[in-house]
Design a protein around this ligand. Sequence first.
Ligand SMILES: *Cc1c(COP(=O)(O)O)cnc(C)c1O
Length: 360
Amino acid sequence: MINVTKTFLPPIEEYQEYVSSIFQRAWLTNNGPLLNELELKLKAYLNVPHLLFLSNGTVAIQIAIKALELKGEIITTPFSYVATTSSIVWEQCKPIFVDIDPFTFNIDPYKIEAAITPSTTAILATHVFGNPCAIDEIQNVANKNGLKVIYDAAHCFGTIYKGKSIFTYGDISTTSFHATKLFHTSEGGAVFTMQPALLKKMALLRNFGHITPTSFDGVGINAKNSEFHAAMGLCVLKYADILRSRRKEQWNNYLNLLSGLKVQFLTITNGTEEYNGSYFPIVFETEEQLLKSVEALNLQYVYPRRYFYPSLNTLNYVASNECHESEKIAKTILCLPLFHDLSYVEQEMIARILLRVQNN
Ligand SMILES: *Cc1c(COP(=O)(O)O)cnc(C)c1O
């Protein structure tokens, strides 16, 4: 069976060594030594000045919205994982969907201005599949209209855009270290900001608003992560270079193997210096072709995923506005299996099945 993804697990002895040290210290959570070590190592690896390790990537978005004290309408993308939209609604704000660019699958920056109203407070955009948004254009619209910018960078581990980590853009960037992501801590996530005041605020939000054990500043939540999760992160981080280079190799393999297939591939945004190859999406001409291909792959125990489906503007808890491109792409896009030990032979088999369906 070949699934769309597979969690990378480090050698168990390496994890056990950390677990033994946790047992010796009997310090399981609350800003423990492994958590601190992971935060330091991630900052160095990603070349970012600040980050906070959190319990997951969804709470990271919620904390970003809270820290910026957003109210009213937030302009966002309909083409992302559901957590991007649900976090906005969870924080009592209203998502306003702006359609996507049909080549990068990211929010179309030229359609943002028309969606701004007096109630708009921010733009929350996703770098879909690790492919950078039109960051300069989005920042220009935000500056012109006094809006905050949050990036959901859940797919972006290791992405470098115009000389800097993608996590350094926007007022706040968030990411996920869920087990299905390129780098993971089982469950986990992070927030990034270049603004020290925001960093301090988010550190309080992460830990109930505690300043000291007996004093508080504002309402907070429990968004901390544990020593066990930090230990997994420390183990996986040692393999991050290998994982990333494997992905890139496999990404290029697919591109070559599928060159005869009549599908659209992802257009990498100009200015991307390091693309992490985290997903391999293909867009079919029709949904029927997609369904036929999925059926043929399933027969051979290959399980790709319809990322992202459905288009988020069609969720039953949002006021929907039509997003033609996003709805069209959501119906015709398929992410092919991509994970650390997917072999070339398996990629060849997947390509052969897809080509056979097309030529039938
Ligand atoms: C995975 C993901 C999230 C949520 O992260 P969790 O760590 O699973 O909470 C949010 N946004 C996007 C785009 C994701 O892919």
